[in-house]
Design a protein around this ligand. Structure first.
Ligand code: EPU
Length: 342
């Protein structure tokens, strides 16, 4: 049956991934409503193709051309959708830009997301890796989401307990990876707001600005300033944010490493394990600012790999493999990539 859907063939994805990797999608469709998703799921041939759901394209690495169907989430809409005793509910469509959404909440006197300012990407991608920064994770403000299940064509609402959120991880990277398309996300923003400013770099920034009791917008401004200082703007230098997760290790491993490297950075977790700063491990191996082909390690943040112009996905992956091997050899720690590798 020929499809009447507005499918495009051989579409360049370079403008749709923040790494700026020049790859092509065999088939591509803009999704502007759930009806379009329903039509894709009902089309036997399209539904059987390998699928890539694309939001802002800020957390993927394209290893080469994609021989399947790209569903590009381009839906829009933000609204106050309800109220709880302690929180206001705000729902945003998956295709909304994350930072613009954060600014919308602040402009409407609905604080709670300010620590997550300036994170690239879309609202629909935010639960997939449970985005986090400066002491707050998306899950801390998450209420529920609507997903479209490509496997049965049904729409379902998931609450926090259904999503298995953890550090840069969720059910959407695992059991639901090939089925779920997130349609919208609802956040519970606290009516009685308290600033979350314990993260050292953030509290230092506020102190340097002479601010002791910040407003939500002042927290957002401080976060934006830190990010602009340390992280490359994807509009100018291709990147996907942190390329590796900060590894979690047992206390015994951290203690052994610390006695060999007394200035190693680590953070104790609630369960007694430790998170190591992957940026520190990578820098110690001499990778900060290094270049390999057209890919490199950002000079101001070793956890961020960058496209210096025309890097292929394969070049980025080779660089990542070389870094992983060095960190494993020197520290015995395995780094895990943070973006989704396609
Ligand atoms: N560090 C170094 N060298 C470096 C980079 C970092 O020694 O080149 C050290 C720093 O001195 C600091 C520690 O590592 O003591 C942590 O650095 P930073 O505060 O920059 O944070 P991060 O652990 O490198 C994480 C997130 C970021 C998030 C920041 C702030 C991950 C994988 N990354 O980075 O998230 O913005 O904390 O909360 O958890 C992202 O996920 O894409 C991302 C940018």
């Amino acid at each position: 049956m020929p499809s009447s859907l507005p499918i495009q063939n051989n579409v360049a994805l370079r403008a749709f991934n923040t790494f700026g990797i020049d790859a092509t999608a065999a088939r591509y469709i803009r999704i502007e409503s759930t009806d379009t998703l329903r039509a894709v799921a009902a089309d036997y041939q399209l539904a059987a193709m390998p699928r890539l759901v694309l939001g802002g394209g800020s957390n993927i690495v394209l290893s080469g051309d994609f021989n399947g169907l790209v569903l590009h989430m381009c839906t829009s809409g933000i609204q106050v959708s309800g109220e709880l005793d302690e929180a206001v509910l705000v729902t945003a469509a998956a295709g909304e830009n994350w930072h613009q959404f954060v600014l919308w909440t602040l402009a409407h006197d609905l604080p709670g997301l300010e620590n997550l300012s300036l994170i690239p990407g879309s609202v629909g991608a935010s639960p997939i890796q449970n985005i986090g920064a400066y002491g707050v994770e998306m899950k801390d403000r998450f209420h529920s989401l609507t997903l479209f299940d490509m496997s049965d064509g049904q729409t379902r609402v998931l609450h926090r307990a259904d999503c298995d959120f953890s550090y840069r991880d969720s059910v959407f990277k695992h059991a639901l990876r090939d089925r779920a398309v997130i349609v919208d996300v609802t956040f519970a923003l606290p009516k009685r707001w308290q600033p979350s400013i314990a993260y050292t770099e953030l509290s230092n920034e506020l102190r340097a600005r002479g601010i002791t009791e910040p407003t939500p917008m002042q927290v957002a401004d401080a976060v934006i300033a830190i990010r602009q200082r340390k992280l490359p703007d994807p509009a100018r230098i291709g990147n996907a944010g942190s390329f590796f997760k900060n590894p979690l290790v047992a206390a015994s491993i951290r203690d052994a490493l610390l006695s060999a490297h007394p200035d190693m950075v680590s953070y104790r977790q609630a369960d007694g394990s430790y998170k190591l700063a992957a940026g520190w491990l990578i820098e110690q191996c001499g990778w900060k600012g290094r270049v390999q082909g057209a890919a490199g390690v950002y000079e101001k943040q070793a956890l961020v790999l960058v496209n210096l112009g025309g890097a292929t996905g394969a070049e980025v992956m080779q660089l990542a493999a070389a870094i992983r091997a060095d960190v494993a050899k020197r520290f015995g720690v395995e780094l895990e990539p943070e973006p989704i590798l396609v």
